[in-house]
Design a protein around this ligand. Structure first.
Ligand code: PMM
Length: 306
């Protein structure tokens, strides 16, 4: 069994180290350079325009900007690696040159390696290393932090795998299994963050259960990233408690910010969102609500380096 870092254990290279000067949940801005992502697909396919958008998110206060070149919406088809590289690497390079902290959202070791060479400081893998057998060794060799998301199957047929008896117990156990494999391949446990994978082989009821029982995942001692932004379960809840109709993804940012505040209060270390300002204010309010001192140093594993 892998040694699990506790919240109080010192961390040599924290997953999101140096990202924020403030003692609060971090905000990761989403920059999808894809033609077909469910919410922002086709908005940022021009490199210069994408870099401008990433810089704007950093200016809005994003602690990290997450660049992805392959849509993972339900039913999405895989993108050839050469195409993903061509989409992602110039944008990562442009943002890193502008001193924006960049993460790369990829399931492919080749893309992760190239993005780190271009300046990415974190690898965000929605498959937790399951999609590419070379990913874990590549991340270990690169020495960067790694977000391992809960994943069961490629997007084209993930909905078939949304079957659980106890979603929290099963997601937790499957993530710990990933941690074992990742650490065995050489990734330091202190560099790993976990993510419940909202919407990935999950029905809305599963997503809500994972959120309402988020402290159970946080209690494992790894930093937890929550990616709720604009997702189907948010639309479904807005519809259920509203007019009956889910609003379109672009009308879900206020609800996303509410979830960001609740996730931060439940112990999330980072939220991944499309609309940075709303969620940034939300996590600030969560920090104030929980009495965290704004000028206190980040507790490990979020010690500020700069
Ligand atoms: N969701 C998407 C893509 N990447 N990464 C992490 N770590 N967690 C997520 O929940 C996640 C992700 C899909 O959403 P998008 O199309 O809006 O990027």
């Amino acid at each position: 069994m892998t040694a699990i870092p506790t919240k109080s254990s010192p961390a040599a290279a924290p997953p999101f180290g140096g990202a924020s000067r403030r003692n609060r949940c971090l905000v990761m801005g989403i920059l999808n350079v894809t033609p077909d992502s469910f919410s922002d697909g086709g908005h940022h396919t021009d490199v210069r325009q994408a870099v401008r958008r990433g810089i704007a998110m950093a200016e809005e206060g994003a602690d990290l900007v997450d660049v992805g070149g392959e849509s993972t919406r339900p039913g999405a088809r895989p993108v050839p690696v050469a195409e993903e590289l061509a989409r992602v690497v110039p944008v990562v390079r442009g943002l890193a040159r502008a001193e924006v902290r960049v993460s790369v959202d990829t399931m492919h070791a080749t893309v992760a390696r190239a993005a780190v060479e271009a300046g990415a400081c974190l690898v965000n893998d929605v498959s937790g290393g399951l999609a590419d057998p070379d990913m874990a060794a590549t991340v270990a060799a690169a020495g960067v932090p790694y977000v391992a998301m809960h994943w069961r199957a490629p997007s084209r047929d993930m909905d078939r795998h949304a079957v659980y008896r106890d979603v929290v117990a099963e997601v937790t156990a499957e993530l710990l299994c990933r941690v074992e494999k990742l650490t065995a391949a050489g990734i330091a446990p202190e560099r790993i963050a976990l993510d419940p994978g909202l919407g990935f082989a999950k029905r809305p009821a599963h997503d809500w259960e994972l959120l309402t029982r988020l402290p159970a995942l946080c209690a494992l001692g790894f930093p937890v990233l929550v990616g709720a932004s604009r997702k189907r379960f948010i639309g479904a809840a807005l519809g259920a408690y509203g007019s009956g109709e889910p609003p379109p993804p672009g009308m879900r940012d206020a609800a996303t910010a509410a979830v960001s505040a609740l996730a931060a209060t439940a112990g999330a270390a980072c939220v991944r969102v499309h609309d940075v300002p709303a969620s940034l204010d939300a996590v600030r309010m969560a920090a104030a609500w929980s009495g965290s001192r704004p000028d206190a140093p980040h507790p490990a594993p979020f010690a500020v380096r700069n």
